[in-house]
Write a protein that binds this ligand. Structure first.
Ligand code: SF4
Length: 462
């Protein structure tokens, strides 16, 4: 068990509903599933989502950008800083039974994506390379047999240095895996020991990188900054080590003590000054990385417009039709060989457009005009459901249109809520202070909502 006790972090507290994070405007994006929300959906309903997306794609109303995401939750150890939905398996039988369930789920969606060819496939977790080469071979074979995969599809797998073997690389070569996302995180023995991360040394990590590079697979290395017990010098040393290997991509993350981490579960706290120190360290690292000829965040999974997610904790999005997820395992064993339940909400193209604009402004501070046009077939400024709200935000100087799209000028709470669906705003106004983190509130709001939008959530579409 890792232990971070003795460091300090502001205690989680209740907060007013108007402080919810714009980043969490549903449907949440990204491959990692940290929260479970939405109403129960039947398997048939979910299939209906995919039929609708296929119809939208056929008539050019939705992008033909469809990906498959398979979640492999198992890891050899529990890293105290990790917020992914992972589990250390109790026995090898558990992973075998999970693989059988994954294959069954893939099989059950055979035909549901008719007319949609996969542009990307990602196996992530957890640690997919904690599965044996034979298990990953079976998974990738099943995926290819159930769905049409474009010849130029981006196929990628997440790995950790201590689990990757030459046998895995041979399987990846056979299945056209073009990118390996190697989570090195840190090379500092003290940091790794404090976090409970086992089986990784600098020598092991270097050997794993060389293995990937010699196989001709694109290597993306991930490192973490601001970990408990980590100094700026230690992180910058890791960055220089990674640059020495010349990976195709180097991604630097800030430690994020979300409630799902052991760090937070154990009640640990970050030291005063942590945020400022980590920001300075990231700036310094970005300068080093840029000087070495890398883009600031090269590499990584590009989330497709539509994603079919399989396995516990996986999220799915059938563009313009529905968003759903399988619940997280939350460290429990996967219950039996059956299909995990579906929870989620139907989506309209308008919902997609709102989430696209709010998410883009909240996370990147901008929304590309060209990207919006490609996705929704119209100019953002002329998009009727949002135009009044955008004009009002522009008039108060909160956003501005330039040649490239929309930029966020005013940061802070509530700036983007004018873009929220009116039903969501109504519910937020009613919900009052709520315990928990900002990122969880909006999810709960969606579960309880009885506004017109939530009737969509509950499946009472006109
Ligand atoms: S950091 Fe990687 S190896 Fe560690 S628990 Fe998370 S997913 Fe597993």
């Amino acid at each position: 068990m890792s232990s971070f006790r003795g460091e300090t972090r502001p205690a989680a507290a209740g907060f007013p509903a108007d402080s919810v994070s714009d980043e969490d405007y549903p449907p949440l994006d990204g491959p990692y599933q940290n929260r479970t929300y939405g109403r129960a959906l039947s398997r048939e309903r979910v299939e209906g989502f995919w039929r609708r997306t296929a119809a939208l794609v056929r008539r050019g109303a939705a992008p033909p950008d469809v990906g498959l995401y398979a979640h492999w939750p198992f890891c050899p150890c529990a890293c105290g800083y990790c917020y992914c939905d992972f589990r250390v398996p109790g026995s090898s039988r558990e992973a075998a039974s999970y693989l059988a369930a994954l294959e069954r789920e893939l099989e059950s969606f055979r035909g549901a994506l008719r007319g949609l060819a996969l542009r990307s496939v990602m196996v992530a977790g957890g640690t997919p390379t904690s599965a044996s080469p034979g298990q990953l071979d079976a998974l990738l074979r099943r995926a290819r047999s159930c769905f049409e995969v474009r010849p130029d599809a981006d196929i990628s797998v997440e790995a950790s240095p201590g689990t990757l073997s030459a046998g895995h690389l041979e399987v990846f070569r056979r299945h056209g895996v073009g990118r390996l996302d190697l989570g090195v995180d840190s090379l500092d023995p003290k940091v790794l020991a404090a976090a409970g991360r086992r089986g990784q040394t600098a020598a092991v990590a270097a050997a794993a990188c060389r293995l990937v590079l010699s196989a001709g697979v694109r290597l993306d290395v991930g490192l973490l900054c601001g970990l408990p017990g980590q100094s700026a010098a230690s992180f910058l040393k890791d960055v220089r080590w990674a640059l020495g290997l010349r990976p195709a991509g180097l991604r630097l993350y800030r430690f994020d003590p979300r409630p799902q981490t052991d760090f937070s579960r154990e009640g640990a706290r970050l030291a005063p000054g942590w945020a400022a120190g980590t920001a300075r360290c990231m700036e310094e690292a970005d300068a080093v990385v840029t000087a070495a000829g890398y883009g600031p965040q090269a590499g990584g999974w590009r989330v497709p417009a539509s994603v079919l997610g399989v396995g516990w904790g996986a999220k799915s999005r059938a563009f313009g039709a529905g968003w759903y997820q399988h619940p997280n395992l939350e460290r429990r064993p996967a219950p039996g060989p059956g299909m995990p339940p579906f929870r989620g909400m139907p989506l309209t193209l308008e919902d997609e457009a709102r989430a696209f604009v709010i998410g883009g402004l909240a996370t990147a501070g901008r929304v590309g005009g060209e990207a919006f046009r490609e996705m929704f077939g119209t100019d953002l400024g002329a998009y009727a459901p949002l135009s009044a709200a955008l004009r009002s935000l522009e008039a108060r100087g909160a956003v501005s249109f330039d040649g490239e799209g929309l930029r966020l000028l005013e940061k802070g709470r509530g700036a983007l809520q004018r873009l929220y669906h009116p039903g969501v705003l109504k519910l937020l106004a009613r919900s009052g202070p709520s315990a928990g983190t900002a990122s969880q509130t909006l999810c709960r709001v969606y579960e309880r909502c009885d506004c017109p939008h939530s009737r969509l959530v509950a499946g009472e579409e006109a």
